[in-house]
Write a protein that binds this ligand. Structure first.
Ligand code: CTP
Ligand code: MG
Length: 227
């Protein structure tokens, strides 16, 4: 199965001077941790990484230090995550039937989660890893006045991996471009095209490293694992 890793962001909320995926986590760049998970996942046979060309020399160095047995392709990312995934889909080998998409910033996902998503992708055309929402969620109007409290038992926090049949997802992305849909994950494009998306139980520790605090939490979680 093919894997695409969106890694072309700038890490604005991290507040660092470069792409957050290049920041060190327990002595290794964030992206290296993500790649190691991909390497350890049984079903992944090919890895595409979408990045900004300015980061490619650093990505090459990371690849040289992570001993991957799987073929890797660097792909030019876009201005948004959606555009980066679009580019990634165009760069897939013609033989690719199913694809997992996993944010470079989710470096704590486990190979077990990848394996479970890959297995389920043989049963469902679209899926996402997700966990039940713990907080009570409020819906407000533009002034911050609460309008509604949705039933929490139907609320899920979306994660990656997200998996799709390549042909279907390509069609959804093409439609998204045509109609100017702006979404924050690929499942949303699937949904807009009235295609079904299955939830696969995600992992509490599979956080998206976004802020400096996330980096500290990620370090804490990894330390628990290696000790
Ligand atoms: N991403 C991407 N292309 C973009 C923007 C984001 O491939 N144009 C990737 C990021 O590299 C990251 C994933 O999408 O692995 C999730 O995005 P996010 O956590 O928002 O990362 P950034 O966009 O880098 O962070 P920020 O929004 O704080 O700038
Ligand atoms: Mg972003």
């Amino acid at each position: 199965m093919h894997l695409l890793i969106p890694a072309a962001g700038s890490g604005r909320r991290m507040g660092s001077d470069r792409n957050k995926l290049l920041l060190s986590l327990l002595g290794k760049p964030l992206l290296a941790w993500t790649l190691e998970v991909a390497e350890a996942s049984d079903y992944i046979t090919w890895i595409g990484i979408m990045g900004q060309p300015i980061d490619f020399p650093d990505f090459e160095e990371i690849l040289a230090n992570v001993s991957l047995t799987k073929p890797v392709k660097l792909i030019q990312g876009g201005a948004t995550r959606q555009e980066s995934v679009y580019n990634g889909l165009q760069a897939l080998p013609a033989t690719a039937e199913r694809v997992l998409i996993h944010d470079g910033a989710r470096c704590l996902a486990t190979p077990d989660l990848f394996n479970r998503c890959a297995e389920e992708l043989f049963r469902f055309p679209g899926l996402i890893a997700a966990i039940p929402v713990k907080d009570t969620i409020k819906i407000t109007d533009d002034t911050g006045l609460v309008q509604d409290t949705p039933d929490r038992s139907h609320l899920w926090a979306a994660q990656t991996p997200q998996g799709f049949e390549v042909k279907l997802l390509k069609d959804c992305h093409a439609k998204g471009r045509q109609w100017g849909w702006e979404v924050t994950d690929d499942a949303a494009l699937f949904e807009k095209c009235d295609l079904s998306v299955q939830i696969v139980p995600g992992e509490e520790t599979n956080l998206k490293v976004t802020t400096p605090m996330d980096l500290a939490i990620a370090e804490f979680i990894l330390k628990q694992r290696v000790s």
